[in-house]
Design a binder for this molecule. Sequence first.
Ligand SMILES: [Zn+2]
Length: 95
Amino acid sequence: MSLSCPFCQSINIMIVEASTQQSSTTLASLVTPTTLGALGSTVAKTFNLPPIVGGIAGTVLGSVLNSFTEQSIPSQQNLCFCHNCYQKFPTHLLH
Ligand SMILES: [Zn+2]
């Protein structure tokens, strides 16, 4: 692929690291074992289940949320920045 801007065709572009860490970090910080444990016991109380069931439910929920988090990471890409037109665009637009 030739490194040229898809907007103005300038070759004066730079690949910049996308600041993708923030969203996943925020989500990961929300999904803590403590949060999930509390959530699990709340669910257990709601459905009148033994606390161990709530703990398992919390763990399962946590792994589901973690899989979502892991899946969202590959979709986030590096960005290119054009010094000519000041556009930012994903690297897959480069052909
Ligand atoms: Zn440009």
